[in-house]
Design a protein around this ligand. Structure first.
Ligand code: ATP
Ligand code: MG
Length: 309
């Protein structure tokens, strides 16, 4: 979309951790206990899930994140390697973040997150990731990381001519400067509300917010609209992607899969509508699965959207 495809990979700056995903038929009251119907443990965290989705879509991807110096850190790094993700820029210190996803009924989840402060990406971590940045055509930022890190990462990406994609709501302290460095912004419904400083409950509200955000830097904005879908807004157009008509098991990670689809298509120079279709198909495939780890290789809807993007 901007004629700047100089690099050859995507860098994802975000959370890496160990996921524990449990499905139970109802959670116990205090003092009670319940059996677990399904259990999955392994590589997780928002950054890793997005990177897994990108790798499944055939995109060379490097993660910039942090895992612990513990056994869990070694195990998730091995798994990322098996997933085809570059991990040379993942720092190791402290203990590995643990993310517990409890699903007690289809579509109903509770998250428990142990993210130690040392698990956040620092400006010094970006310095060590210099080779990955130098090779990137796209840098994807998860806005839950520290504001100083995000600003430094966006500036570095720009210096290298890479597209900057951001998922979330920027901290108000750096909002204007960060948005001025972002090409593509995606926000879920809660994040859209933070960006707008008021509820964003309709397509009309999302359109107004999207237009305002276009004036702040991004050339493409994707906003989740509750119950309706995702609205894409760009300077000379807009498109509503309706929610996929699929059974929802667990929405965890669907936003990360959405961004993976968007990035994979945009770096192939897809137009916004085709890119949005791949993003929505990736999100629709992920809500049907337990846990945040996507399986985009196994989805016919994703394959069909990818062929059209
Ligand atoms: N009920 C649903 N049916 C179909 N698709 C859905 C449904 N709910 C969400 N999605 C898709 O999943 C995407 C992500 O959902 P959500 O808004 O929960 O993102 P998120 O909070 O950023 O997720 P995460 O950060 O856990 O990855 C939506 O933008 C939409 O495309
Ligand atoms: Mg999200």
């Amino acid at each position: 979309m901007d004629g700047r495809e100089r690099g050859s990979c995507v860098v994802v700056v975000g959370q890496v951790g160990r996921d524990l995903v449990l499905r139970a038929d109802g959670l116990p009251e205090a003092g009670g206990s319940a059996g677990v119907g399904e259990r999955w443990e392994g590589l997780g965290g928002k950054g890793a899930n997005q990177a897994v989705g990108l790798a499944q879509l055939g995109v060379p991807v490097h993660l910039v994140g942090v895992v612990g110096e513990d056994d869990a850190g070694a195990a998730v790094l091995r798994q990322a390697g098996r997933d085809g993700i570059g991990t040379a820029s993942v720092a190791r210190r402290g203990r590995t973040a643990l993310l517990v996803d409890l699903v007690d009924a289809p579509g109903s989840r509770r998250l428990l997150e142990d993210v130690p402060p040392e698990g956040l990406v620092t400006v010094a971590d970006l310095e060590r990731a210099r080779p990955a940045f130098a090779d990137a055509d796209t840098v994807s930022l998860q806005l839950q990381q520290p504001p100083a890190t995000l600003l430094a990462a966006a500036r570095r990406a720009r210096q290298h001519g890479a597209r900057v994609v951001a998922d979330g709501a920027p901290d108000p302290a750096v909002r204007d400067e960060l948005l001025s460095l972002v090409d593509v912004l995606r926000a879920d419904a809660t994040e859209a509300e933070l960006l707008a400083d008021r509820p964003v409950g309709s397509v009309r509200d999302a359109r107004a917010l999207g237009r305002r955000l276009l004036g702040a830097g991004p050339a493409l904005v994707a906003l989740a609209v509750p119950g309706a879908g995702d609205l894409l807004v760009w300077p000379d157009g807009e498109h509503l992607l309706p929610l996929a008509d699929v059974p929802v098991t667990d929405p965890t990670g669907a936003g990360d899969a959405f961004v993976a689809g968007l990035v994979a298509a945009l770096r192939r120079r897809a137009d916004p509508v085709s890119a949005g279709r791949l993003a929505a198909a990736a999100a629709g495939a992920t809500v049907q699965r337990l846990g945040g780890r996507p399986d985009l290789s196994g989805s016919a809807a994703v394959a069909s959207a990818a062929a059209g993007s």
